[in-house]
Ligand binder design. Structure first.
Ligand code: GLN
Length: 198
């Protein structure tokens, strides 16, 4: 199996390292043919408007949408979550997404860059909590019936917010496991999402 990391902007290298440590073959992809050739895709954290803009410039929107539509496993962290969402609140003007995940995300929901934070999260199906890094992160405001919430945090206004979700072959987190040495989310993607979506 080859996992592609969408190589337009963001923490591409960190995802490649984490996936490599999990023992899977990794390719940075930024051309149509490269995206056609991978078995699964990771959309890194970064800036969703920039990634979407570059995806339009490189004419990748249709190929990514079509691969998502035909069931390719995809994991998106932070900006990657936004790019997988069907609906975005506080989007930039004309901001587009690849879509596929039946969620509404709120961009920059936890506040500005200075409001970035870390939290210990209990994730469905994992025995020990995960130290999660949130950087100008989105939260999931609402989910459709096919979406499972895997983890949530309490936001500054006291409400519980979903920050890790899965819908079949699509996995998304508001946080950045690629910025820590804990590869359990990447392993979960490979072992639970990719292997069981064949
Ligand atoms: N706020 C960014 C966006 O809208 C996401 C931040 C991140 O990926 N760390 O894309």
């Amino acid at each position: 199996m080859i996992v592609g990391v969408l190589g337009l902007q963001g923490d591409i290298r960190e995802h490649c390292l984490a996936l490599g440590e999990c023992g899977v073959d990794v390719a940075v992809v930024r051309r149509k043919a490269e995206i056609e050739a991978v078995d699964a895709l990771v959309i890194p954290g970064g800036e969703s408007t920039t990634i979407a803009h570059l995806a339009q410039v490189f004419d990748l929107i249709d190929v990514i949408r079509s691969r998502i539509g035909s069931g390719m496993p995809v994991y998106g962290s932070c900006a990657g979550m936004i790019l997988l969402a069907n609906r975005v609140l506080d989007a930039a003007p004309n901001q587009i997404t690849f879509g596929g995940l039946d969620i509404t995300v709120r961009r920059n929901a936890f506040g500005r860059q200075v409001d970035s934070f870390e939290a210990d999260l209990d994730l469905d199906g994992m025995n020990e909590s995960i130290r999660a890094v949130f950087i100008r992160a989105p939260w999931v405001e609402s989910t459709g019936p096919a979406v499972s919430v895997l983890a949530s945090v309490v936001s500054p206004d006291g409400q519980r917010r979903a920050v890790a979700v899965r819908q079949g072959p699509l996995l998304a987190t508001s946080f950045h496991p690629e910025l820590t040495s804990d590869n359990r989310i990447h392993r979960y993607f490979l072992d639970e999402v990719c292997s069981k979506s064949k």
